[in-house]
Design a protein around this ligand. Structure first.
Ligand SMILES: Cc1ncc(COP(=O)(O)O)c(C=O)c1O
Length: 417
């Protein structure tokens, strides 16, 4: 099929769950009366993204230019039946996965990077900034910027920057400036480096630098998860899945995905949330027990407390998780809409240990040939547990494979797997 034809198969609107939530979502708030983090959002986030953040309309048109870029980076992504995994698990139902690793940058993150970069460019902005930990989000931002004629500046946590040189190379190839954070590019970074030239950095510091650099230069800052607008963009995953399943005449029994901030799981599941027959299970890391131990309250979005606070399930923005490999699952909170749906009982949860997720990574690689990202492997581990339960025999299970793990192989250390 020619790429040009694929446009015909693309959903033309994103879905926004906000008007369909059982209880209204609480708005973001300043972290203290004398801070102006909401005002800061107005200055660093592209205007259209901000509008989408607070809209209560159910559907948002996807601009033609964004649709074209979605096709260019590999959308629609395939929905694949994992027959060999079914055989391996002796499961008499069906397992399907939506493969977001098939995008050019290897994960779902590009689904929101593209519209955010597009809106920034349309507003006359020339450069954007963001932070990245493990590198998936920075890579997506770098490509989205170039596709939209923007320069990009990625503040990469110094330890990851030093440990993952290939990630930096990819971002550079896509045209991004990549700075090990703390960096000399901002006064905040300079201050930290003066005290400790070898500071390893943290996501909080990298966010602070990316936001400050955007403010200082009238650039715009791109956000990778948690926010309503990001989840709306990610609904492209679930909208495609819905029509692919409909083409096959399948109504799934169960949908499963992994949760860092929540963007891939929400984007995958929300377009089918109105079908009460479908069980939905969100999977997180045992080492970051936000479902079982999180409190529902206002908390900082970012560890540095620069951005506003959101009401969500949270372990506390100062929570220091164990150093698990799934960098994308180490986030302390759960997107506000997902927090509400979990509390209301519409969405179930599971927590998976690092060793169970690594085992799932091996099983999936050996049965299906695709090496999943360690984050996505949590969803696979939850699928495996689910289908082993005799009461789930014969069911149709669909999960979201949010990214491939080809850049994460250091998880296996010396290569002995
Ligand atoms: C491949 C992959 N899956 C999942 C996640 C978790 O993020 P979210 O919950 O926002 O989808 C990440 C985040 O970095 C990721 O890179």
């Amino acid at each position: 099929m020619l790429n040009a034809d694929k446009l015909d198969f693309m959903p033309k609107k994103w879905y926004n769950i906000v008007p369909d939530l059982p209880v209204p979502i609480s708005p973001p708030r300043d972290r203290s009366p004398d801070s102006s983090s909401i005002e800061l959002l107005n200055r660093v986030i592209p205007k259209e993204v901000l509008r989408q953040e607070f809209t209560s309309s159910r559907y948002e048109d996807i601009p033609d230019e964004v649709l074209e870029q979605y096709v260019q980076i590999g959308r629609p992504t395939p929905l694949i039946r994992a027959r060999n995994l079914e055989r391996h698990l002796r499961f008499d139902g069906r397992i399907f996965f939506k493969y977001e690793g098939a995008t050019a940058t290897g994960s779902h993150k590009i689904n929101t990077a593209i519209p955010q970069a597009f809106y920034a460019a349309r507003e006359g902005i020339k450069e954007i900034t963001t932070e990245t930990g493990a590198g998936q989000w920075g890579t997506a931002t770098a490509l989205a910027a170039s596709l939209n004629g923007l320069r990009s500046n990625v503040f990469m946590v110094r330890v990851s920057h030093d440990q993952k040189p290939l990630r930096k190379t990819i971002m550079n190839l896509y045209g991004a400036n990549v700075f090990a954070s703390p960096s000399p590019m901002t006064s905040f970074g300079k201050g930290i480096l003066q005290n400790n030239p070898n500071h390893p950095g943290s996501l909080g510091i990298a966010i602070s630098e990316a936001v400050q650099y955007a403010l200082d230069n009238d650039f715009r800052y791109l956000l990778g998860s948690v926010m309503n607008s990001v989840i709306t963009h990610q609904s492209i995953i679930g909208l495609e899945t819905k029509s692919q399943l409909a083409d096959l005449g399948i109504e799934p029994d169960t949908m499963i995905g992994c949760v860092g901030g929540g963007s891939n799981f929400c984007g995958f599941s929300y377009p089918m949330i109105d079908n009460k027959n479908i069980e939905m299970i969100a999977s997180a890391a045992t080492e970051v027990p936000k479902f079982s131990k999180g409190e529902f309250r206002y908390d900082n979005i970012d560890t540095a407390g620069i951005l506003p606070q959101l009401k969500m399930l949270t372990l506390g923005s100062d929570y220091v998780p164990e150093g698990i490999y799934s960098g994308g699952l180490r986030y302390h909170g759960v997107a506000p809409s997902l927090s509400l749906l979990i509390r209301g009982g519409r969405i179930e949860t599971s927590e998976v240990t690092e060793s169970a997720s690594m085992e799932a990574m091996k099983i999936f690689s050996r049965t299906q040939g695709i090496i999943p990202a360690p984050e996505s492997a949590h969803a696979i581990a939850t699928v495996i547990d689910y289908v082993k339960n005799p009461s789930n025999r014969g069911k149709d299970v669909v999960f979201n494979l949010s990214g491939h793990g080809l850049m994460d192989l250091s998880i296996f250390g010396d290569g002995k797997v």
